[in-house]
Design a protein around this ligand. Structure first.
Ligand SMILES: Cc1cc2nc3c(=O)[nH]c(=O)nc-3n(C[C@H](O)[C@H](O)[C@H](O)COP(=O)(O)OP(=O)(O)OC[C@H]3O[C@@H](n4cnc5c(N)ncnc54)[C@H](O)[C@@H]3O)c2cc1C
Length: 361
């Protein structure tokens, strides 16, 4: 660290970075009574979830603008940290939620109302409008399941498949989950502009539409528009991280900016990151006969420092967490099995992020 001297006795947890993921983890820990320090290398907090004066007199969201998945997180849905009740965060839900303006001046609009959206689609294709009524009905019925799946420890894959396969609806979901979002959208809708509108909507969630396994993404985003709406923090996206910072300060935590963390001195991360996934793999192999390093995708551990070392696009944090492939997102998030493992000599390790479930330690 550049100019911060810490002793392991000073803090229970040190968070490297002040993006919203790190701040959420830090705020929960501070509220739980842990002594928390957040070190941010920029001279502002928030990472990609920040509102800045990018032109004199005009404040803009530099990256993240629209918030969707996080709205159904208990953090906001149940206001677990009091960000809305006590720390000044307020969401507005624009209606229309999402629109596509085409080169010829035609406009396709997703409203909060299913019927109003179908009327907009009908201007392009009557059959697509009828299909949308069925598609959105399915999306809304599945939405509570998706929300629950995102914000509770992942169910073992075998249990999930056998549960879903017991109903016609569940089987359809299973089939959809194997396909790409583009497959699903092309099967349901015929008009090119209607397809473009929904492909664009699902890619707002940083999913590549033609990657197999993203099929449920199309359904999830349509469900989200009608069930929750797409939210904007009043005052800009950065109000989320500002509210988190107020929460951390309230619970006695410390946030320091302009602190570039250049190394983690206590452990040999390079050797640990090679061996740790190996331990996990060996344990999981007891239960899954065909589990080999070659047939799993996320078999390595990366720290932000590794990403910077290996990828020029991650230098200075400029990519802000964009994960273009589904396997980097929810599909392979840590499972309860992984959460049982602890790092030797690194007892305060918590992997933060909307797809990560903190381990018991
Ligand atoms: C152009 C663009 C548009 C986007 N639009 C949206 C959107 O509309 N809605 C949405 O939900 N998401 C959007 N995203 C994605 C969203 O911005 C990211 O998912 C989110 O910002 C990631 O948060 P994070 O906490 O994981 O990391 P980051 O926000 O990247 O935060 C990481 C922080 O760690 C700091 N840091 C890194 N290394 C060190 C170090 N060694 N020492 C100290 N500090 C360090 C960085 O400076 C940074 O502040 C967009 C992303 C981009 C690029």
């Amino acid at each position: 660290m550049s100019n911060v001297r810490t002793d392991s006795r000073d803090y229970d947890v040190i968070s490297v970075g002040s993006g919203h993921h790190e701040l959420i983890a830090a705020a929960y820990l501070a509220k739980a009574g842990k002594r928390v320090l957040v070190l941010e290398r920029q001279d502002y907090i928030g990472g990609g979830c920040v509102t800045k004066e990018l032109a004199p007199g005009f404040r803009y969201d530099e990256h993240s603008t629209v918030h969707q998945v996080i709205l159904s997180n208990p953090l906001l849905k149940a206001d677990e940290l009091g960000l809305k009740a006590r720390f000044g965060l307020e969401y507005i839900y624009p209606d229309p939620a999402f629109a596509s303006l085409f080169d010829d001046g035609s406009l396709l609009v997703s409203y909060r109302s299913v019927e109003a959206t179908a009327r907009s689609i009908a201007l392009f294709s009557r059959p697509d409008a009828d299909a949308y009524l069925r598609f959105s009905d399915m999306a809304l019925r599945v939405n509570p399941l998706m929300e629950q799946a995102l914000f509770s420890p992942a169910v073992p894959l075998g249990t999930l498949i056998s549960t879903l396969s017991q109903s016609a609806e569940g089987n359809e979901l299973l089939l959809m989950s194997l396909k790409s979002g583009l497959d699903i959208i092309s099967e349901w809708f015929e008009h090119e502009k209607v397809r473009m509108h929904f492909v664009k909507l699902m890619t707002e969630n940083l999913q590549t539409p033609d990657e197999k396994g993203t099929g449920l993404g199309a359904l999830a985003m349509v469900g989200a528009v009608h069930a929750t709406g797409l939210g904007l923090p009043r005052g800009g996206s950065g109000q989320l991280t500002q509210a988190l910072a107020r929460c951390i300060a309230h619970y006695g935590g410390t946030i320091l900016t302009a602190q570039n963390v250049t190394g983690l001195l206590r452990i040999g991360w390079d050797s640990l990151k090679e061996t740790w996934p190996g331990w996990v793999l060996r344990d999981l192999q007891k239960w899954l006969t065909n589990l080999e390093p070659a047939n799993i995708i996320a078999s390595r551990s990366y720290s932000p420092l590794d990403l910077e070392r290996d990828s020029s696009s991650f230098v200075h944090g400029d990519i802000h967490g964009a994960a273009p492939f589904f396997h980097q997102m929810n599909g392979h998030r840590p499972t309860p099995d992984l959460a049982r493992y602890t790092c030797p000599a690194w007892t305060s390790s918590i992997w933060s992020g909307h797809s990560c479930i903190p381990g018991p330690d």
